[in-house]
Design a protein around this ligand. Structure first.
Ligand code: C2E
Ligand code: MG
Ligand code: MG
Ligand code: MG
Length: 278
């Protein structure tokens, strides 16, 4: 009896798994086709100096609009793009868009605003990655220090040597590097020291948990770690004035979150910047 039950469970699981894989395959096909038809959009979320309230940066975030309205979450389609390798082409496009936007920002007089771009592991593994970033910067005549690459701990831990080597080349060129979602990825602290970083992004979970002591304790520890290592810190996911205050009191320099603004399309960005200090 027990055996039969097991088999039934397995069959059920198997069918579910097959449906899931089919769904992903359909989604991947649709993502590829929408990307090729130029349907993906790059949106921008402000990053703010906690001391002055000025906008000092923008994080570029991919958006995939659906014909029936709404968006597929990047948390859903980015892993698909990574798994399939499509992230190489998409990531290239993201970099191009971000550099073009930096050029437009410069022309509009916003020379103090940088752009942060998320980079996935397959991009690092690609032999032309470093050169393609440098090419992009030169093509759009961007000041390298205004482009920041965001990498997660999992990217680093996947192949630390390769990532460190690539980052060192990019750093030598003047490009900035931030470690994203810091604190949730169990990365070894010894790698943190080896990485040529400029900034630590404190993961949103530690900012969210300020009611309890643990979140704020961890956030504060990360800020101090940054100070010891000579790295700037930015807090992700600031939603309330109280969170902003607490984070600033810890010595964190910058913040990003819905308190300031959600990500917005390029068409709204200049209007936003006009009405905000930058
Ligand atoms: P991430 O890099 O950690 O980006 C920050 C995410 O937090 C964004 O979600 C942003 O909309 C969200 N967020 C910002 N402030 C708040 C807040 O105050 N409250 C809450 N609840 N959320 C906030 P999004 O845009 O859905 O992106 C999810 C993830 O997808 C990103 O996390 C990043 O890992 C990935 N992603 C997005 N665009 C790209 C891209 O161009 N390339 C790559 N490789 N990954 C990307
Ligand atoms: Mg990010
Ligand atoms: Mg993040
Ligand atoms: Mg995060």
């Amino acid at each position: 009896r027990a055996k039969k039950h097991l088999v039934q469970n397995f069959e059920y699981y198997d069918a579910q798994m097959e449906t899931m894989m089919m769904e992903r395959l359909v989604m991947l096909r649709s993502l590829r086709s929408d990307f090729q038809r130029n349907k993906l959009q790059l949106w921008y979320q402000p990053q703010v100096c906690l001391k002055t309230g000025k906008v000092i940066g923008l994080e570029a975030l991919l958006r995939w609009p659906q014909t029936e309205g709404g968006f597929v979450s990047p948390a859903t389609f980015i892993p698909l793009a990574e798994y399939s390798g499509l992230i190489i082409e998409i990531g290239d496009w993201v970099l191009q868009q971000a550099c073009l936007m930096l050029q437009q920002l410069t022309h509009a007089g916003y020379t103090g605003v940088r752009i942060a771009v998320n980079v996935s592991m397959p991009q690092f593994r690609h032999h032309r990655f470093v050169q393609s970033v440098i090419d992009c910067i030169e093509q759009y005549q961007v000041e390298p220090a205004r482009l920041e690459l965001e990498i997660t701990e999992s990217v680093v831990m996947d192949d630390p040597k390769a990532v460190i080597a690539a980052l060192e080349q990019l750093k030598a060129f003047g490009i900035k590097v931030a470690i994203d979602d810091f604190g949730i990825g169990f990365s070894s602290l010894s790698y943190l020291q080896q990485l040529p970083l400029d900034r630590i992004k404190i993961d949103r979970t530690f900012i969210k948990d300020f009611q309890g002591v643990t979140g704020s304790l961890i956030a504060e520890t990360i800020v101090h770690l940054g100070q010891k290592l000579g790295l700037a810190t930015i807090a992700e996911g600031i939603e309330t004035a109280e969170q902003q205050q607490l984070v600033a009191a810890m010595g964190c320099e910058e913040g990003q979150g819905f308190l300031y603004a959600q990500a917005m399309p390029a068409t709204e960005l200049f209007q936003y910047l006009k009405t905000t200090k930058s």
